[in-house]
Structure formats: structure tokens, C-alpha cells
Design a protein around this ligand. Structure first.
Ligand SMILES: [Zn+2]
Length: 134
């Protein structure tokens, strides 16, 4: 059963404006996720980072959405299926996981582990000291 939510205000013109704005935003930020890093991420997660589906094509999802200052970097991107990616959209990841009743702590733990192993394997990047809030 699919329920489509309609946003009457999103006309084609508005969407085009948003797309342009998004592109400008993307041009400004440094997006340094290499293809090799992306392949590593897909390999490590082995499916959608959120729901675990392995049969769907995976898309790059920014944990911190671009609209909130996120970037396409190794530490901010996870593979997501089209369904999760579309559902999460511009949401902040923790709140979205909770709303979807997905296991937030398991996700965060796995994400941290995967990053640690990727960075150790010579990802070259430096892990910024991130605050742990648990
Ligand atoms: Zn998914």
C-alpha cells in the first residue's frame, strides 16, 4: 500500500530552483569521497546501511544532509537503498532512525566500526574527534 504525500507548493519551477541551489551548495563544499572509498563503504556495509536490504541498488546517502551542511566525504556517506534514501531525505539521521523504528545505536556502532577499519586500512583521511553523545 503506497500512500503518496503531496506537496502542493512544489511546482516544477520550485523544484528546479531547489535543484540549482543544491548544485551551488555542492559546488561550494568539498566532496572528497573517492570511488574507491565508496566501493569500500558498499563492501563493508554489504547492503543498505539503514534497513540492511542487499538486493537494491545503493545510493550515496549523507548522514548529515547537504542542506544541513553535510558533505560527500568518507565519514558522512553511507550506502542506502532508494527507499531509505527517499524517506530520510533531509532529516537528521538519529531522529529519522527513531521515527522509522530502526536500531539507532546498532547503526551508529556499525558506522563507527566501519569507519575505523576503513581509515586504518589506509583511507588516508584523519578522523576528526567527534563528540560521543550516548
Ligand atoms: Zn534501506
Amino acid at each position: 500500500m503506497t500512500r503518496r504525500r503531496r506537496f502542493p507548493s512544489t511546482s516544477a519551477a520550485t523544484r528546479a530552483r531547489y535543484a540549482k541551489r543544491r548544485k551551488r551548495r555542492l559546488d561550494r563544499v568539498d566532496n572528497d569521497l573517492s570511488t574507491a572509498q565508496w566501493n569500500d563503504l558498499v563492501l563493508k556495509w554489504g547492503g543498505c546501511a539503514y534497513c540492511g536490504v542487499t538486493t537494491a541498488a545503493l545510493q550515496k546517502d549523507c548522514l548529515l544532509p547537504i542542506s544541513r551542511g553535510g558533505r560527500y566525504t568518507l565519514t558522512n556517506v553511507v550506502p542506502a537503498c532508494a527507499s531509505c534514501n527517499a524517506s530520510k531525505h533531509n532529516s537528521e539521521v538519529s531522529g529519522w532512525l527513531r521515527r522509522k523504528r530502526l536500531d539507532e545505536s546498532a547503526f551508529l556502532l556499525r558506522h563507527a566500526e566501519i569507519l575505523r577499519s576503513l581509515l586504518r586500512d589506509g583511507g588516508g583521511g584523519s578522523v576528526s574527534a567527534r563528540e560521543q553523545d550516548n
